[in-house]
Design a protein around this ligand. Structure first.
Ligand code: ADP
Ligand code: MG
Length: 195
């Protein structure tokens, strides 16, 4: 499904260039659960941002479903991100002044479905992640594990092919981390993916 060929990404800071990815070649199949481990600063976030279409590589090629992305325009990257990828960020990235429900609904803004359907779907997914009783709370009124559940609900709401999570349990205790990882697998099964 995804093939990286000799991917290079460097960040320029003044005169200095930092190679975060130095010729990464790797493939991912149709389905499965993959973890990427590495010390802080080793390029995990850079890697995810590039394969998730949030940032651009400087060299090599990313092949998506057999198609090279070398000639991709911004619109192609936008379509890929919106249709194929669900992201869970380490810091949750929830909008703090709107409700849990609104945080999930907002992810469907570009999906072309009606407001009514968006609400129904958001409620269904929030129930699936165990937040039925909390949908009208603001994110600040939730625990870390609950915030991560909202982020997961938001990430799966457009039925992505791939869900990417950047240190999804980095801010959680061990027990909550296990719950969250089991939840991710469970939610993906229930909405029809098997990875
Ligand atoms: P990880 O997620 O594994 O901690 P990152 O992908 O965030 O690693 O970072 C990889 C390297 O790239 C680090 O040396 C980091 O300092 C550098 N880096 C990351 N983002 C930027 C940026 N926006 N500008 C400059 N350097 C960056
Ligand atoms: Mg990181």
């Amino acid at each position: 499904m995804l093939q990286l060929r000799d991917i290079v990404k460097a960040y320029k800071v003044g005169e200095f260039s930092q190679r975060a990815l130095d010729g990464v070649t790797l493939s991912f199949g149709e389905r499965g659960f993959v973890s990427i481990l590495g010390e802080s600063g080793s390029g995990k976030t850079t890697f995810l941002n590039i394969i998730g279409g949030l940032d651009r590589y400087d060299g090599g090629d990313l092949v998506i479903n057999g198609k090279s992305t070398k000639q991709f325009k911004d619109a192609d990257w936008d379509a890929y991100r919106n249709n194929s990828i669900g992201f869970v960020f380490q810091s949750y990235n929830l909008i703090s002044h709107i409700s849990v429900l609104a945080n999930v609904e907002i992810a469907m803004t570009l999906s072309g479905i009606s407001k009514r359907e968006r609400k129904a779907k958001a409620l269904r997914i929030l129930e699936l992640v165990g937040l039925k009783a909390h949908v009208y709370k603001k994110p600040t009124q939730l625990s870390g594990g609950q915030k991560q559940r909202v982020a997961i609900a938001r990430a799966v709401t457009n039925d992505p092919d791939i869900i990417m999570m950047d240190e999804p349990t980095g801010a959680l205790d061990t027990e909550t981390s296990e719950e969250i990882m089991n939840l991710v697998k469970d939610v993906f099964k229930k909405i029809g993916h098997h990875g």
